[in-house]
Design a protein around this ligand. Structure first.
Ligand SMILES: Nc1nc2c(c(=O)[nH]1)N=C([C@H](O)[C@H](O)COP(=O)(O)OP(=O)(O)OP(=O)(O)O)CN2
Ligand code: ZN
Length: 121
């Protein structure tokens, strides 16, 4: 049986958001910012080059999506009207899957506050 590998690339972005949950004066509802890390993984078999795929391609695509969000208000983006970690996972997955059909996992974290969420595909 051919071994299956999972390769992963990470990128970071900083963005503002608010989440309309909880009582009217809840802190989630107030505009605030986070530093985010996104990790995307692709599964596949080793190609003749000795790799599943060149990590540079995944790096470029991941950074391009992260740059769209960097220093912006997440709530302004279609699909991120309620910008939870879960929605962010879906946002990245929808944008990466067409170029990377082997996309197997997207993880979004807020390292400074110890929160993360992973989407398995
Ligand atoms: N399942 C999820 N739960 C929560 C999400 C989420 O995306 N998915 N998001 C939030 C809020 O974005 C919130 O801003 C997170 O920060 P907070 O809980 O306020 O954490 P802090 O450490 O910054 O605040 P403290 O006051 O220090 O606890 C909440 N839940
Ligand atoms: Zn927040």
């Amino acid at each position: 049986m051919m071994p299956v590998f999972e390769i992963t690339k990470a990128a970071t972005f900083d963005a503002a958001h608010y989440i309309e949950q909880g009582p009217a004066d809840h802190r989630y509802r107030k505009l605030h910012g986070h530093s985010f890390k996104v990790e995307a993984s692709v599964k596949g078999q080793m190609q003749d080059a000795g790799w599943v795929a060149d990590l540079e391609g995944l790096d470029t695509a991941l950074k391009s999506v992260a740059a769209e969000l960097d220093h912006g208000l997440l709530n302004d983006r279609p699909g991120l009207e309620s910008p939870t970690l879960e929605r962010l996972c879906l946002y990245f997955a929808e944008r990466l899957t067409p170029a990377f059909p082997g996309l197997s996992r997207v993880e979004i974290s807020r390292p400074t506050i110890g929160e993360r969420c992973a989407l398995s595909l």
